[in-house]
Design a protein around this ligand. Structure first.
Ligand code: SF4
Length: 340
């Protein structure tokens, strides 16, 4: 076994983080919990994921239970975690796995499931099934870039980083090794800090030897995100607000939302209002999506003839939290309610 792997596994045995989806020692990991946590952790921090994970396993304790749940209930339970395509893929994946009679145990078969890319398939194969797999997420990328002093900037250096990670991944305990690397990146060799004196691989680290490990990994300059703008409409009547369900395909598809002017289908909304009459400005919400930043104005209906609009429902204000609004619209609702 590579010396780095020996040191990391020793360190993991005494320093592994306690995470709700993690089992330690010889206990067997449950593929359902590993899969659920890994999907939730894509682009999301462990502290944000923990309460969602607890809620999901409480409501749907196994993959068959999740497969039988209604998609709208899963989307509502997911609300606030963001990247909603993950939730839609979660439903599809659960149904496929339930039909197959359980999760497949190879990286290759796992990669065929909805929503599972290279990283997630490798993580599940290693952590849930003990298969040797090279698991590289952003934390691992950083640790490897520092450990081997990879000077080439990301993303071009990904291939090299993967090859270096491959070289130190052991045949035995690949799941623990992957989690040890993730823990090291999350607690000691972090984006902002390198606490080298506490690090189990300090004696091997070329980044540390160079005197300035924090400069790594280098990153190619990012292009600024495009900006979009749009308007959401707040229409209130008798302590209820009008909510729509967004079309199944497209941004935030299948989720309840405030009606809007179509900003998600175009670069900017077209400004059409759903009701004639008086409107007043309710403030502006800023939200960053993967591919663009959005500035969403909130228009509040100030007329006296609020009536049913096309496809939607009057939702009681005192139960707004149960509507499962995605973060963007939850922020808009908070803004209006705080001002009223
Ligand atoms: S020695 Fe320092 S830079 Fe190197 S892996 Fe450990 S914490 Fe990171």
């Amino acid at each position: 076994m590579d010396r780095a792997a020996i040191l990391l596994l020793d360190w993991y045995d005494s320093h592994a983080r306690d995470l709700p989806w993690r089992v330690k020692g010889s206990a067997k990991a449950d593929p359902y919990r590993v899969w659920l946590s890994e999907v939730m952790l894509q682009q999301t921090t462990t502290s944000a994921v923990a309460p969602y994970f607890a809620k999901f396993v409480d409501k749907w304790p196994n993959v068959n239970a999740l497969a039988q749940a209604r998609e709208e209930d899963i989307l509502a339970a997911w609300a606030g975690l963001g990247y909603y395509s993950r939730a839609r893929n979660l439903v599809k994946c659960a149904r496929q796995v339930a039909e197959m009679g359980g999760f497949p145990d190879t990286e290759e078969e796992l990669r065929q499931l909805p929503g599972l890319g290279d990283y997630t398939a490798a993580a599940i194969a290693a952590i849930a099934f003990g298969k040797r797999a090279v698991v590289v997420d952003a934390n691992v990328e950083r640790v490897v870039a520092r450990l081997f002093a990879v000077e080439e900037p990301l993303p071009a250096s990904r291939k090299l980083i993967r090859a270096q990670a491959d070289a130190i991944t052991p045949q035995e305990r690949a799941g623990d090794f992957a989690q040890a690397m993730m823990d090291l990146g999350a607690t000691i060799c972090t984006a902002r800090d390198a606490r080298c004196l506490l690090c189990p691989v300090q004696e091997l680290c070329q980044g540390r030897a160079s005197g300035d490990p924090l400069r790594l990994p280098r990153k190619a300059a990012k292009k600024a995100k495009p900006r979009r703008s749009g308007t959401a409409f707040w229409i209130e009547k008798d302590q209820h607000v009008w909510l729509v369900t967004r079309p199944g395909k497209g941004m935030l598809g299948g989720m309840r939302a405030l009606p809007d002017d179509g900003w998600s289908a175009r670069a900017d909304g077209d400004g059409e209002v759903p009701l004639p009459g008086a409107w007043k400005a309710g403030g502006v919400v800023r939200h960053s999506f993967t591919h663009f930043d959005l500035e969403l104005g909130v228009a509040v209906y100030a007329g006296d003839s609020a009536h049913d609009l096309f496809e939607g429902e009057w939702w009681p204000l005192d139960r707004l939290e149960d509507a499962g609004l995605p973060t963007l619209f939850a922020k808009a609702a908070q803004l209006v309610l705080a001002r009223s």
